[in-house]
Design a protein around this ligand. Structure first.
Ligand code: SF4
Length: 439
C-alpha cells in the first residue's frame, strides 16, 4: 500500500484544494498516512498570500531532510500558488523536491508522481477551463464542508499575489455546484461554506451569485450556508434580498475594506470609495439588522500619510466592525505595488498604526459582542468546548463563536454536533459569546 500525507498552508481555498488532492490520490489507490514519517508521498500545499510564505515552506521541507535520507523512495511535491507564482526561483531553493504542481494541474498528480523520468517535474500550465467539477473532495469528519464554486480572480488589486497563483476567474457550472452541495449535505455536512477568491463574481451564463445562492439555500437538510469572500464591488441589492429571504444563509458578511482613504483605495485598485463602502454596510444592516460585518484592513500601504491612516480609523469608527483581520503592508513579489510603488512607510510607523487599529477593533468587537447579551441565539453545535468539556461550542447564525452550558443533564445528552441549540447569551468577550442552553 502506498501512503500519502498533505501539509496545508494558507486560506480556506487551499484547505479545500487539499481535500480535492486527497480525493484524487485515494481514487488512485493511495492511503492517508497518520503523519509524514509513514508517508511515501508528501504533498505540501502552499499559499503565496502571506509574507515569507516561501521561507516557511523551505523551512518545513528542510525539516524533512532526515526522513528523505531514511526513505530513498519518498516523493515530495510542492503544490499550489507558490510554485505557480515563483516557478524555477522556488525550485532553486528546494533541490529535494520531485514535483512542482500548480492549482490547475491536480488531476495529473497520480500520473506525474508515478513518472520518475524527469527530476524535478514542473506542472504549471494554466488551464482556464479547469474547475474540477467532476471530482469529489475527501473531507475530514465533521459538520462543516467547503465547496469551491469558482477559482481565480480577474481583479487586479495592486498588492495581491493571488491572480499570479490562481489565474483568471472560472466558475463551476451551477448544476455541479448544486450537486456538490447536495452531496456534502447527504454525507452529513450540515454547514457549507462556498469558496472563491472573489466569490460574488460567480457567473455561469445568466446565473449570477445571488441566483446560485438562492438555489442552494433550498437544499433539504442544510442548516447553515455561508460564502467567502465577497468583494464589496459586487455585493448587489438582489444578493442582500436573497440573504434576507433565506434564514439558512448565515447573517454574516466578510467585507474587506483594506483602507479608508480614497487615495489609497485608488492606489490599491479596489474599485470603490470609502463612502460607497459605508453606504454598502448601511444597506446591508437595513436589509438584515442582525448581520455581523467583519473585514480586512491593511495599514502602511505605499504613500499612506497620517491623513490617509486617519480616514481608515474614521471608517472603522463609523462602521464598527464585528471583527477584523489587520495587517501591516509588506510587498508581495511580482505585484504592481512591489514593482512600481515605493514601500515608503517606515516599519515603526506601520507597527504603531497596526497596534492602534488592533486596539480600536478590540473595543468595537467587545461592543458588538456585548450587544448580544440578553438575546437568545440559534447556535449550530460543533462539539465540546476546548478546555471546558462540560460546555459546548458552536456558531451563531452571524458566525460569532459561542460557548455555552448545555442546561439540565438530560438535555445535555440530547444535543449533538450538527444540531441547533437555543442559547441565552449571558456574557461576552471580544471574541466569544457565553450562555446557557434554553428549551
Ligand atoms: S479581489 Fe483583489 S485582493 Fe481579492 S483575490 Fe482578487 S486581486 Fe486579490
Amino acid at each position: 500500500m502506498r501512503h500519502y500525507c498533505i501539509e496545508t498552508y494558507g486560506c480556506q481555498m487551499n484547505v479545500a484544494d487539499s481535500e480535492l488532492i486527497a480525493g484524487i490520490l485515494e481514487d488512485d489507490g493511495w492511503v492517508r498516512a497518520t503523519d509524514a514519517h509513514g508517508a511515501d508521498l508528501i504533498v505540501v500545499n502552499t499559499c503565496s498570500v502571506r509574507e515569507r510564505a516561501a521561507d516557511r515552506v523551505v523551512g518545513y521541507l528542510r525539516s524533512l531532510a532526515p526522513l528523505r535520507r531514511a526513505r530513498p523512495g519518498l516523493r515530495i511535491v510542492v503544490a499550489g500558488c507558490l510554485p505557480q507564482h515563483l516557478g524555477e526561483r522556488l525550485a532553486e531553493r528546494l533541490p529535494d523536491v520531485d514535483l512542482f504542481i500548480g492549482p490547475d494541474a491536480y488531476r495529473r498528480l497520480p500520473e506525474l508522481v508515478a513518472d520518475p523520468s524527469r527530476d524535478p517535474h514542473f506542472a504549471l500550465a494554466r488551464d482556464r477551463g479547469e474547475t474540477y467539477e467532476d471530482l469529489s473532495p475527501l473531507r475530514a469528519d465533521g459538520i462543516h464542508a467547503y465547496v469551491s464554486i469558482m477559482r481565480g480572480c480577474d481583479r487586479a488589486c495592486t498588492y495581491c499575489a493571488v491572480p499570479f497563483g490562481r489565474g483568471r476567474e472560472r466558475s463551476l457550472p451551477a448544476e455541479a455546484a448544486i450537486r456538490a452541495t447536495r452531496e456534502a449535505v447527504e454525507s452529513g455536512f450540515v454547514a457549507v461554506t462556498l469558496l472563491g477568491q472573489a466569490v460574488t463574481s460567480y457567473r455561469e451564463g445568466e446565473r449570477d451569485f445571488a441566483a446560485l445562492l438562492e438555489a442552494l439555500a433550498g437544499i433539504p437538510g442544510l442548516c447553515s450556508l455561508r460564502f467567502l469572500a465577497p468583494h464589496p464591488g459586487d455585493l448587489s441589492v438582489r444578493l442582500l434580498e436573497v440573504m434576507r429571504r433565506h434564514p439558512v444563509i448565515a447573517r454574516h458578511l466578510h467585507l474587506p475594506l483594506q483602507a479608508g482613504s480614497d487615495r489609497i483605495l485608488t492606489a490599491m485598485r479596489r474599485g470603490y470609495t470609502a463612502a460607497e463602502f459605508v453606504d454598502l454596510v448601511a444597506r446591508a444592516r437595513r436589509t438584515l439588522p442582525e448581520i455581523s460585518i467583519t473585514t480586512d484592513i491593511i495599514v502602511g500601504f505605499p504613500g499612506e500619510s497620517d491623513e490617509d491612516y486617519a480616514r481608515t480609523v474614521e471608517v472603522m469608527e463609523t462602521v464598527r466592525f464585528d471583527s477584523a483581520f489587520t495587517f501591516a503592508y509588506s510587498p508581495r513579489e511580482g505585484t504592481h505595488a512591489q514593482r512600481f510603488l515605493a514601500d515608503d512607510v517606515p516599519p515603526e510607523v506601520k507597527q504603531h498604526r497596526l497596534s492602534a487599529v488592533i486596539t480600536l477593533q478590540e473595543r468595537h468587537s467587545l461592543e458588538r459582542y456585548q450587544a448580544r447579551i440578553g438575546t437568545t441565539q440559534e447556535v449550530l453545535v460543533e462539539g465540546p468546548a476546548r478546555g471546558t468539556p462540560d460546555r459546548l461550542f458552536g456558531r451563531c447564525s452571524d458566525m460569532k463563536a459561542a460557548v455555552f452550558s448545555p442546561g439540565e443533564a438530560e438535555e445535555a445528552e440530547e444535543i449533538r454536533a450538527g444540531e441547533i441549540a437555543r442559547v441565552e447569551i449571558t456574557a461576552a468577550s471580544s471574541h466569544t459569546l457565553k450562555g446557557v442552553r434554553r428549551r
